[in-house]
Design a protein around this ligand. Sequence first.
Ligand code: ZN
Length: 425
Amino acid sequence: MSQNYLYLKNATYIEPFTLEVRQGNILVQPGADGKIQFVQQIPDDAQVLDVQGKIVTRSFVIAHHHIYSALAVGMPAPKKQPTNFYEILKYVWWTLDKSLTKDMVLASALTTAIYAAKAGATFIIDHHASPNFIRGSLSTIAQALDSAGLSHLLCYEITDRDGHDKALQGLEETQEYLKHNQGLVGLHASFTVEEETMKKAADLAEKYNSAVHIHVAEDRFDQDFTLYKWQKRVIERLDYYGFVKNPKTILAHAIHLNDNERMILKFGKAWIAQNPESNLNNNVGFFSYQGLDRSRVMLGTDGMHSDMIQSTKAAYFAGLPVEPQDMAEIYARLRNSHRYLQQNGFKGDGQNNLVVLDYQNRTPVTQQNFLGHFFFGLSSRDVLHVISQGRLIVKDRKMLTIDEQAALQFAREQAQLLWKKMQEL
Ligand SMILES: [Zn+2]
C-alpha cells in the first residue's frame, strides 16, 4: 500500500498561506484532492524523495493564460505596425489565432505544460481561441496537459468578431466540453460579443453550473465601444446577465473601471485576474485595487509566459508607481487562486501539489521574512522538483511525464508553419 504514496524526506515546509515553517518528513497522498501529512517514520518500501532540507511549498496556479500564444515568441513583425490596442489585437493576435491548426494548438499546449511545470505551476486556467480549429480544440489542450500531468480549467473564447457562425461554433465547442469536463464559458470581451451571444453564454453557464471567463476593460476602447453600442458600461452589462454575482466568474484585467463599477464588483462575487506584464506590454494602463474586494484578485500571465514567481514580482514592482504596494497583499493574490478553485469545487489543486526549491539562501529564511526572500531572492530557476496531484512530474528540473526535446522540436516546426501562414493571411 505504502509504495503508492510519495514521501518527501527531510523537508523544510512553508505553509502557503500563513508562511509557517515546519521541518520533517511529508507523506503526499495521490489523487485529485489529496492531502499532505507530517510523519515520523517512512515505510521501507515507500517511494522516497530525499529533499535534504530544501524548501517545499505549494505549487502555483496560473489564473489567466493563453496557451494559443505559445508559438508567438520570436515571430516576425506584423504586416502593419499596430498603433493602438485594437490594432494589436487585429494585426497580431487575431491574425495568429486564425492561423492555428490542431497540430499548432497541440504544440502550444505541450510546450506551455513544460514551461509551466518547470516554473512550478501545476494548474492552468486557460482562455483559448483558434477560430479555424474550434471543434475539439479544448479536448486537444486537455489531453496535452493531462499527458504532462497538469490540472486545468479551460474555456473557448466565444466572440462575434468573425461573424455569428463562429460565435455559434464557440458555444457548441463549449457545450461539448462542459458535458464531460470541468470548465468555464469563455467570452472574448464585451466589445466583440453581441447581445444574442451574451444571452446564450449565460444560458450555457447556468445549464452546466459554470460561469464566464472574459476580458474586462483591458483597454479604454472596451468601455467606449460598449457604452456607444449598448448604453451600458462593461461591468453594468455583465452584471445584467448575472455574471458578476457568480462566484465562478473570472474577469481578466478590470483596469478601466469607474466608481460605480467598482461598487458593483465589491458587492458581487466574481474574481479578477490581474496580468501585470501584459498590461505593461500593451501599454493599456495598470490595475488598481482601490474600492475592490482584494481577496478576490488572482494573478495570471495572459499568455506572456508561464512563470508565476515572475508574474507576482511584476505585480509588485510595476504597481509601485500606481499606488502603495504591500508584499503580503501581492503574494496573497498569487495564493488566492487556490481559494477560487477550492471554494468553487474545481478538482486538481489540493495540498498534494508541491514545489521543491533548490534555493541557495544567503540569509536565514523564517516565517517573518519569507516574503523578502520571495520577492528579492527566489526565482523559477530554483524550482528543482514538482509534484502534481501527489505525483512527481518534474525531477531535477526534467519532465518525467513527456519527452521535452520531442515536444520542443515539434513546436519549432509548427511555429515555422504558423508564421508562414500569418504572413499570407
Ligand atoms: Zn487574456
